[in-house]
Design a protein around this ligand. Structure first.
Ligand code: DAH
Length: 327
């Protein structure tokens, strides 16, 4: 029996320390320490050796066996640690980091513009009042000096409901509700959604948004109106806008005007307005001999389109994230 014990020890220790995973290590354990390993056969053959040889080989074999067992145990631990730190690298959480924010939504461009308008008007002493989307015929038409036979009724493309009510085609009926509720003097704006049976195109939607203004006090004149509208539009568009007031017609105002603003060398129609018709003041429960007022109405969608450079009003309701995420 001629085993080179030192060579065996060196080979075994080297192989064990290089074992790449626990399976390889297990195979080495079998090879060097298992029943058929050279060490085990050496131990089995001890009894055949002369006594003095037997002691020496016995000691040496045991020593090598212990060395290899230790090396295997050490390597096994090292592999375990490697595995853990690899897992840890993936699952590590640094508790000192600030909490990650959840994915939050954000406001729609129409809402952004409407909120700016609300704040602007509040700063000028207006109260912000909302009215119902489903309106009755009286508030929407009769109280605004548009009786049943009046031709301008047709111009609103009203969506009627089967119960005789309607989806409001403008925010003007809120004028009546506000006068009844708050009396005079009054300074208020009424933002909100309006509905029309429109043929849709780049500038027409079946649902869009207006903001209506109403000021009631003693001895209000068109001068107050012109100045206020110019100041308001300048504030909204953040520049000293050039305005043009043209005579126009609305049943609920007398006289009535249309305000255009200068945009890129062109006049652009933006806002209807006028001095509140005495019939409308009376419908709001006010004495038209004592009170006077002005009113105006403008489209929020159009303002938002101007502010953000949006070329088609239909983007607002498409729900397309590529559009919405830009705001
Ligand atoms: N209600 C009108 C519309 O929707 C806009 C309007 C015009 C409102 C003149 C007013 C006003 O308050 O005085 O077309």
């Amino acid at each position: 029996m001629s085993i080179d014990f030192e060579q065996l020890r060196a080979d075994a220790l080297e192989a064990v320390s290089a074992a790449g995973d626990s399976e390889a290590l297990q195979a080495l354990r079998v090879r060097y320490l298992g029943r058929k390993s050279p060490l085990k056969s050496a131990l089995r053959g001890l009894s055949d050796l002369p006594a003095e040889e037997r002691a020496r080989v016995g000691r040496l074999t045991n020593e090598i066996k212990n060395d290899i067992e230790q090396a295997v145990a050490g390597r096994s631990e090292a592999l375990e640690r490697e595995h853990e730190s690899e897992l840890g690298g993936r699952e590590w959480s640094d508790l000192t980091l600030p909490a990650r924010r959840g994915r939050r939504g954000h406001r729609h461009p129409i809402t952004l513009v409407e909120q700016d308008l609300d704040n602007l008007f509040r700063g000028m002493g207006y109260r912000v009042v909302e009215g119902p989307w489903v309106e009755d015929e009286w508030h929407n038409f009769d109280a605004l000096n548009i009786p049943k036979w009046h031709p301008s009724r047709d111009s609103f493309d009203t969506l009627w409901l089967s119960d005789g009510n309607l989806m409001r085609p403008h925010t003007s009926p809120v004028q009546i509700r506000a006068m009844k509720r708050f009396g005079a003097p009054l300074r208020a704006v009424f933002p909100g959604r309006v509905f029309r049976n429109e043929t849709l195109d780049a500038t027409h939607e079946a649902a869009f948004n207006q903001i209506e203004g109403l000021v009631v006090d003693r001895e209000i004149t068109p001068g107050h109106l012109f100045h206020s509208v110019k100041a308001i539009l300048s504030a909204i568009l953040e520049e000293d806008v050039e305005t043009r007031f043209r005579p126009s017609y609305f049943p609920f105002t007398e006289p009535s005007f249309e305000c255009d603003i200068m945009r890129n060398g062109d006049w652009m129609e933006l806002c209807g307005m006028g001095m509140v018709h005495p019939t409308v003041l009376e419908a709001g429960g006010l004495d038209a001999q004592e009170w006077t007022g002005f009113a105006f109405g403008l489209g929020i969608d159009r303002l938002a389109m101007m502010r953000y450079g949006i070329d088609d009003i239909r983007w607002f309701h498409r729900g397309d994230l590529r559009f919405l995420e830009q705001f």
